[in-house]
Design a protein around this ligand. Structure first.
Ligand SMILES: Cc1cc2nc3c(=O)[nH]c(=O)nc-3n(C[C@H](O)[C@H](O)[C@H](O)COP(=O)(O)OP(=O)(O)OC[C@H]3O[C@@H](n4cnc5c(N)ncnc54)[C@H](O)[C@@H]3O)c2cc1C
Length: 358
């Protein structure tokens, strides 16, 4: 067992909030979470939570809170471009039969709201609007500094600050950079009521492979009143500069092309389903563009008193819908190692990497 009395989490996303909740409840460790955003926020959209994630939300005591918000629609349909499904499978039922837990599609905002409420219920401070500038490690402690001059210190620092992690860049592995995966997503949330074609309200996970990508539609609330659609396709990095500005301008152009050229990209999708997809896009006012980055497996994950969790360590492409669940698995393993693992922190970190990297 590692004698840690206080932990700091950088990032109030799924990894940071879940880590604080788990370490406080399982080990009585005092936690403080620092978040760069000024208030709770996400990139928007919804996520798929497979049974490994649902099980860990249950372990956190949040099953009911999320189950009443998430869609549990579980029939997955993979459609070709005409109306006959290539493949139809009750993935939720199959998961329940083998693991005891089904699958959810849930709004990111709902996950954060539920986790945040639980964290606040435990009295764990979440401090918003904090930009990390320095991490300094000593043998018994790690000290952090923010751009407003404030400092804090703890026995362990958890970098839960996502793919563009400052804990990683400032301290754990300053050399490594996330790589663009070559794939970008365009996505939107749409009230079901806005739809022209009623067939898409069928509660199921629908995926269609078109000539240059994947178009997927899923309900993402328990009542089915909101749908999440995502169009995922290969897009070359714009120009030479991989800058945020370049991507923003490029994203706007890609969205415009999708809206004006949607009949082109989707021309092979025929029948009622094709009409439904076109109806979905034309009924959508705001489409978001998200270039997908990933971390190289060679990224360093820890130093003496700092460790990376979730996307900060191992952001992956989203097509298996495992990112959030992988972050939760990180949290539970780290908690177990701190609670009943080796006495030395570096040995716990070594075990964590040994078990998580594969
Ligand atoms: C398009 C897309 C679709 C996806 N679909 C799915 C899916 O279906 N299912 C699924 O499980 N996963 C999906 N993912 C992946 C999933 O979003 C992530 O794996 C998951 O959110 C990781 O959680 P995290 O807490 O590690 O990081 P994040 O969710 O990125 O949270 C990091 C937090 O840290 C904050 N932060 C950043 N920098 C700092 C800093 N310097 N200081 C303080 N705070 C900071 C951020 O504001 C944020 O609140 C998808 C990802 C993308 C991009």
């Amino acid at each position: 067992m590692t004698m840690i009395k206080k932990a700091i989490m950088i990032g109030a996303g799924p990894a940071g909030l879940a880590a604080a909740l788990r370490l406080k409840k399982a080990s009585g460790i005092d936690c403080t979470i620092y978040e760069i955003r000024k208030k709770p926020a996400t990139i928007g959209g919804a996520v798929n939570i497979p049974p490994n994630g649902v099980r860990l939300f249950n372990e956190l005591g949040l099953y009911d809170a999320l189950n009443t918000r998430a869609s549990s629609a579980s029939v997955m349909t993979i459609a070709p471009t005409d109306k006959t499904p290539l493949f139809e499978y009750d993935i939720g039922e199959a998961c329940k039969n083998t693991t005891g837990f089904g699958v959810w599609r849930v709004l990111r905002a709902d996950i954060i709201e539920v986790l945040l409420a639980a964290v606040q219920h435990e009295g764990i401070p979440v401090v918003f609007g904090k930009t990390l500038t320095e991490v300094l490690e000593a043998p018994e402690t790690v000290k952090i500094t923010f751009d407003d001059g404030t400092v804090d210190s703890a026995g362990i620092l958890l970098g839960c600050d996502g793919i563009h992690s400052s804990v990683r860049k400032l301290h754990v592995d300053p050399v490594i950079e996330p790589e663009y995966s070559g794939v970008s997503n365009m996505f939107a949330i749409l009230p079901t009521i806005a739809l022209v074609a009623p067939s898409t309200t069928k509660p199921a996970i629908q995926m269609t492979f078109i000539s240059d990508g994947l178009f997927s539609v899923v309900p993402c609330t328990a009542s089915g009143d909101q749908l999440y659609w995502v169009y995922s396709r290969r897009i070359e990095i714009p120009g030479d500069e991989d800058s945020r500005d370049g991507w923003e301008a490029f994203g706007q152009k890609a969205i415009q092309e999708l809206k004006t050229g949607m009949f082109d990209a989707l021309k092979d999708v025929t029948g009622q389903w094709g009409d439904a997809i076109r109806g979905l896009i034309s009924a959508t006012d705001t489409i978001k563009f998200y270039p997908i980055y990933k971390m190289s497996p060679s990224c360093r994950w820890s130093t003496g008193r700092c460790i990376l969790l979730g996307d900060a360590a191992h952001a992956m492409q989203p097509h298996l819908g495992q990112g959030t669940s992988m972050a939760l698995e990180d949290v539970f393993l780290l908690s177990r190692l701190l609670e009943s693992g080796p006495a030395q922190l570096d040995e716990s970190f070594r075990r964590y990497e040994e078990l998580r990297r594969p």
